[in-house]
Each structure stands twice: as structure tokens, then as C-alpha cells.
Design a binder for this molecule. Structure first.
Ligand SMILES: [Zn+2]
Length: 444
């Protein structure tokens, strides 16, 4: 049996179990979710009291699952977690490896929180915090979210509750439910103490110090503006694939509990797959540690049908757009700066299909061609700029870029006209003098 099928079965059974006990009752469902993570005092006694049928062949045998669970029945799971979920407000005991990791992460967090990569805007932070708390429930105050300006689809969770959400993720999510997918996943890592599990397996294979160093690097704080270093740390595979699958399952449960439409979870991975379709899979930093996007999307889509959802499933697309709108231009500018049209173009297509701020997106499509500057790119850029103007909300910068392209291909009059439009729309632009100089130079 392929591993992902096993996971579908496992997660399906657990979701079903949670769903049955809790239909329409939030408290009962939360209790069940919590109870599901608690180790049974004596699983054997329970088995003795009520004889259970032999496990089906599909149910993983005891010890087969790397996360430390033991399954003795397909009807009832008896689990022996080596690691209980953390209670709200709990920190690991001081004499443990886990406490050492927490302290290292506390120091890293202090550094990050004063670093230049963090987006400090109170409105955006409050918005993401609100979503996080909706998902985290009682654990809200244990998790601190940092929005970091890095143009990569990623988010990370350190064992001490420091969560990093990259601006590349904020750009790619199309509604609140999609963002909640990833935040819920990261909360899953925290609740299930995956870093503690990870450190144990690393200690077993590499010895204490090396394990500690590896994990510290892998869970590390993103270096400011250095995409290369993030790619390097991503490939260290902080969590195992089983951990990732478990986090996906938890994320979906939390999403449903918070009333988000769980069907959005698969979409974010489908979009990512599309974005990187033309690229070597190995270049995607997610590939090393995370299950391939196809598998992920397929599993999440199936689970979305069975996960219990509180009330009418919501997307909150308008709320999301309003929160992200002030940042979109700069996030897109960051993506353009990666000079990677092979994946920027599909990303823009996906966002254009979504239909929000099309003028801005077409402008960036034009910029992508203008910056690349290959054969026919001037024409392609002008076509995209024209579509941006048609869409009705082009940024003033469009006219500056249009002027530059027209100037390059010798359309002097049109170039001057475009530059003049730019000055008219952005009279306080920092480069006004330079553009005025170009206007004079163009005609002569
Ligand atoms: Zn993960």
C-alpha cells in the first residue's frame, strides 16, 4: 500500500471518530480533539474490558508509524504518544533537550523581532493574529506570529511557539481560508511537539550536539533578504514527512473548527504545483521536507469531505483582499526582483484568474518582460501594459515603464507622452527629475 493511502485511512478514521462525537457541539468537539492527543493511561486494560476485533490489514501495525503511535484496532485507536500535546501555557521541563531548544529559539526570536525583515504594521499583524487565535483557541497566547518580508512561499514554526509567515505566502493565498490552511498546519507542528520528536530521532542518528545544531539551523530565522540561505535551510528538512502529514491533518481540523472552508486547503497546493510546473522539482525548497504537492493536494481534498466544519464554511476573501491590498505592490516587486520569469509568469496567471487588482498584476507581467529583455519582450511588455490600462487600476509606475520601453524601441513621441502621464499621476515621485530629464532628452 502506498504511504499516502495509509495516511488517508488513518486520518479519515480519526476525523470520523472526532466528527461522530461532536456533531454541532463546539465544546464536545474541542474536548474530543484534546482527548485524541492524550495518551491512554492503560490501553491494555481498555482492550481487556472490551474485546476488539483484529486490526484490518490496512491499519498500520504497532510501531510502524514514525510518530510514535500504536494502533491496535481500526475501530478504536489506542495511542502511546511519547510526546503528549503541550497544555496551554506549558513549557518543557528544564532538564530536557527540548527545553534547550526552546531557549535557543527564544534567543533567535529576540533577534528576529528587532530585525529589518519583520513587517511591523499593526493593522496587518492584528489581522493575522486574529486568524491565528481563531485557529489556536486556548493556545492563542502561546503562539507569536512574525510576518517576514521574504518572497518565498513558506511559513515555519519553532518549538517555542514562534511562527514565521513569509510575505510570499501572503501574496499567494487568495482568501483567509487558504492562509488559515498554512497557519493551522504550523500550529499542528507546535501542538504535536514535532521538534521534540525530531530532536530525539536526530540524537539517535547523529549524536546530541550535531542534532542540536542541525535543528537550530533547520528551524532558523530567515536571513534578511537572502533567498539562498532560506533555500539551504529548507532543504535540511526540519520535520519528517510523517510529521508534515500529521500537521496537515491537524491544520484541517483546526480550520473546520474555526469555520473555514476546508476545501481551500488543497487549492493552495494545486496552485503551487502549477507555479513550479516548468521547473525542476528539486529547485522547489518545499520538495525536500514536504510531501509532493500532488500527494498533498489529493489527500487534503479527500479529508476536506469528512472534516467537521463549524457553521457555514467561510472563505473571507474580501476581508483578506482588503488586508493584503496595501502590500501587494511591494510583495510583487520582491517577486520580480528574483528574476525568475519561469515561475513568476504562472504565479501572475494564477493571481490574474483570481481577479483581484488585475491592472497591477498586468503591470508586473509587463515588468517581467521588460526586465528580461529578450527578443519580442518589448512588444510583450507593451501588450501587458495595455491590458493593465484597460483593467482600470494601473499603478502610476506603469507609465514610467511604458515610456522606457517605447524609448528603447524608438517610439520617441509615445515615450514622452507616457513619461508625462507618469509625472502627472505621481507628481511627488522620487525619480521625477530623472524622468523630466528623459522627457527633454527623448525629443532631441
Ligand atoms: Zn510543515
Amino acid at each position: 500500500m502506498r504511504p499516502w493511502r495509509k495516511w488517508v485511512l488513518m486520518a479519515g478514521v480519526s476525523l470520523l471518530a472526532a466528527g461522530c462525537q461532536t456533531t454541532g457541539n463546539k465544546e464536545a468537539y474541542e474536548a474530543a480533539l484534546k482527548k485524541a492527543a492524550e495518551p491512554k493511561a492503560s490501553p491494555d486494560a481498555a482492550v481487556a474490558a472490551e474485546p476488539q476485533p483484529e486490526p484490518e490489514a490496512e491499519v498500520p501495525a504497532a510501531g510502524e508509524i514514525a510518530d510514535g503511535r500504536t494502533y491496535t484496532s481500526d475501530q478504536q485507536r489506542f495511542k502511546t504518544y511519547r510526546y503528549d500535546d503541550l497544555d496551554p501555557g506549558e513549557r518543557p521541563a528544564m532538564d530536557t533537550d527540548e527545553a534547550g531548544i526552546w531557549m535557543a529559539m527564544d534567543r533567535a526570536e529576540k533577534k528576529l523581532s528587532t530585525g529589518g525583515a519583520v513587517i511591523t504594521d499593526p493593522a496587518l499583524n492584528a489581522y493575522v493574529r486574529d486568524i491565528t487565535c481563531k485557529l489556536a483557541g486556548d493556545y492563542c497566547s502561546d503562539i507569536r506570529v512574525y510576518l517576514v518580508r521574504v518572497p518565498v512561499f513558506n511559513a515555519s514554526m519553532a518549538p517555542n511557539g514562534m511562527m514565521n509567515i513569509y510575505s510570499g505566502l501572503l501574496l499567494r493565498a487568495q482568501n483567509e481560508a487558504q492562509l488559515a490552511t498554512v497557519i493551522g498546519h504550523e500550529i499542528g507542528h507546535y501542538l504535536r511537539r514535532h521538534s521534540a520528536q525530531r530532536i530525539e530521532s536526530l540524537v539517535n542518528t547523529t549524536g546530541g550536539l550535531a542534532a542540536f545544531q542541525l535543528l537550530t539551523i533547520a528551524l532558523g530565522v530567515p536571513a534578511i533578504g537572502s533567498v539562498a540561505s532560506i533555500a539551504a535551510s529548507g532543504s535540511l528538512a526540519a520535520f519528517s514527512r510523517d510529521n508534515e502529514r500529521e500537521a496537515d491533518g491537524y491544520g484541517l481540523l483546526l480550520m473546520g473548527r474555526a469555520g473555514y472552508d476546508p476545501r481551500e486547503a488543497a487549492k493552495i497546493w494545486e496552485n503551487l504545483k502549477r507555479e513550479f510546473a516548468d521547473k525542476d522539482k528539486k529547485k522547489s525548497i518545499f520538495y525536500a521536507s514536504h510531501p509532493p504537492q500532488e500527494e498533498r493536494a489529493a489527500v487534503l481534498a479527500q479529508l476536506a469531505d469528512v472534516v467537521p466544519v463549524e457553521g457555514e464554511p467561510t472563505l473571507n476573501a474580501e476581508r483578506y483582499r482588503a488586508a493584503i491590498a496595501p502590500y501587494r505592490f511591494s510583495f510583487l516587486q520582491d517577486e520580480l526582483g528574483k528574476r525568475d520569469p519561469e515561475s513568476f509568469e504562472p504565479l501572475l496567471e494564477i493571481l490574474i484568474e483570481d481577479g483581484f487588482q488585475i491592472g497591477m498584476l498586468q503591470y508586473f507581467k509587463g515588468e517581467m518582460f521588460r526586465v528580461r529583455g529578450e527578443k519580442d519582450d518589448a512588444q510583450k511588455a507593451l501588450e501587458a501594459y495595455a491590458l493593465a490600462e484597460q483593467a482600470g487600476d494601473p499603478p502610476p509606475e506603469l507609465f514610467r515603464s511604458k515610456g522606457l520601453v517605447l524609448n528603447r524601441i524608438g517610439e520617441k513621441d509615445k515615450a514622452r507622452e507616457a513619461f508625462q502621464s507618469y509625472i502627472r499621476l505621481a507628481p511627488d515621485a522620487e525619480d521625477r527629475q530623472m524622468i523630466e530629464f528623459l522627457i527633454t532628452g527623448v525629443g532631441s
